[in-house]
Design a protein around this ligand. Sequence first.
Ligand code: FEO
Ligand code: CA
Ligand code: CA
Length: 622
Amino acid sequence: MHLLQDQEPTDLERLTGLTRRHFLGAGALGGAALFLGGSLLARSVNGAVGSGTLLGFDGIPAATADSISLPPGYQAKVLISWGQPLHTDGPAFDPSGNGSAAHQEAQFGDNNDGMSLFAFKNDPNRALLAINNEYTNYRYLYAHGGRPQSAEEVRKALASEGVSVIEVHRQDGHWQFVQGSPYNRRIHGNTPIAFSGPAAGHALLKTAADPQGLKVLGTFQNCANGKTPWGTYLTCEENFSDCFGSTNAAHAFDAAQKRYGASAASKEVDWHPHDPRFDMAHNPNEFNRHGWIVEIDPFDPASTPIKRTALGRFKHENAALAQTRDGRAVVYMGDDERGEFIYKFVSRDRVNSGQRDILDHGTLYVARFDAGSQHKGQGQWLELTHGEHGLDAGNGFASQADVLIHARLAASQRQATRMDRPEWIVVSPSDGQVYCTLTNNSKRGEDGQPVGGPNPRARNIYGQILRWREQGDDHGAMTFEWDLFAVAGNPSVHAGQPEGGSANITAQNMFNSPDGLGFDDAGRLWILTDGDTSNNGDFAGMGNNQMLCADPHSGEIRRFMVGPVGCEVTGISFAPDQRSLFVGIQHPGENGGSTFPEHLPGGKPRSSVMVISRTDGGIIGA
Ligand code: FEO
Ligand code: CA
Ligand code: CA
């Protein structure tokens, strides 16, 4: 029970002894449901009894085991694991860490993250999965378990990241990886990729190896994803700046490089001592060629991926696609860094215009959230167009390319709202509301980041889930209303607000650091976590990282899955019939203590994509 100090109880609250949740939308939803001890008491705001919950399973307890926990009647199977060969004659996974870079380039990448499923139109039992491989763990990648010591070892690390495209078949109701499919493909940190859009060919993208600034080697640190209505995959480059360093320890980085996180020490990735491409003392512009969204055609294994510069450069988490009322493409995007921003891109052309370069022409906006009361308010989209609102040469922006390459600086110029680390954004298929995880922010309240609005807690260790509704339910609108759907917390350790969390957080479903998000076709909201798994102190009782499921209408949240030791649960996609759920287990045993999923004595843990199904073949979550 977490009654806000400034909130008077309503008649219904007095009646039930429960508090109205402050995260309810400003009239956005038809019914407010309250729940008591885990069982839903569905009532509309006017007191009428509603039709119950979308959640058809019993929530499960927190767990700390090196295994996957699910509700009764559900099962999990491995679809594919790090190192599995994609081709029939491919090199087998070598748990010793002695496998070569060339081997890794032909194997499933490491630390799988966001993924999208592409169904074959003429066969319901065939699909492609495009799966991001975000980063690698040297502890397991190399036999010596430390940082790379040669160019070959850097190449192996680059080979472990990027994207894996795989074919999957359904046989007897179960989806399986098809080794040897001609669609199977690795796109990795050395794959040739093209630039397009307003920044392509700009001086800041030119290097000695690419004097025209039009071709780049590789994509890496591929966090989450998007799927376009025209059937392509978007992979989002996130922590790229960790991969750059300088062999000159006294290197003087300029303000833009610093804003993007450049440092001589390269955050322990250490590619730059062995591959000059990542050494900013010699190749400063290579840094500008990463931090983009890359478009991939999964059905054409010979196609060249394209970095779409009109979407802006920052630490991209994912890309959530929507459409304006008049049929133009909208891409919602978060920049996952403390105090960075939420963006949206609106295309110039309609999705059905037949053009293949929809994402090259349009307008980029950044969000400003105005604080209202009780964790809700209004907001505006601020345009990031060269020549307008101070985005001009006098402020360091000589062209639209400058605005896009340094989108963070442009957004600051427009005084956008500094957020608590925006992670995934998803759009509800039921009512078009947009949800975004703000995973945590230890610096909120410091560093010029005010406490309030959608970022309501100083030293925010638990995170929250923000949502907004665009004016007139049009994704092309320039204003919106927002509220907080959930404020994570620990009601067992902290009585009351703010650390106890919002009223839909209980001792039975508590979690921290919401990160991945996904909607199924019925409008259930799936929440994946990447948090503190110490199960101690502020986090006591939360156990390992997990996946929960929420009913957006009632606000109820139940824990659906718990992952193995040390993992993050990230990446989610549903089979078209909603009877199989693909979910990623990333970095099990990140700091040791896991042999998931094979549990071989002395074996290595392996990041894996799992397929969840019901033993009765039913719809997941129903
Ligand atoms: Fe790759 Fe912000 O998570
Ligand atoms: Ca994430
Ligand atoms: Ca995270």
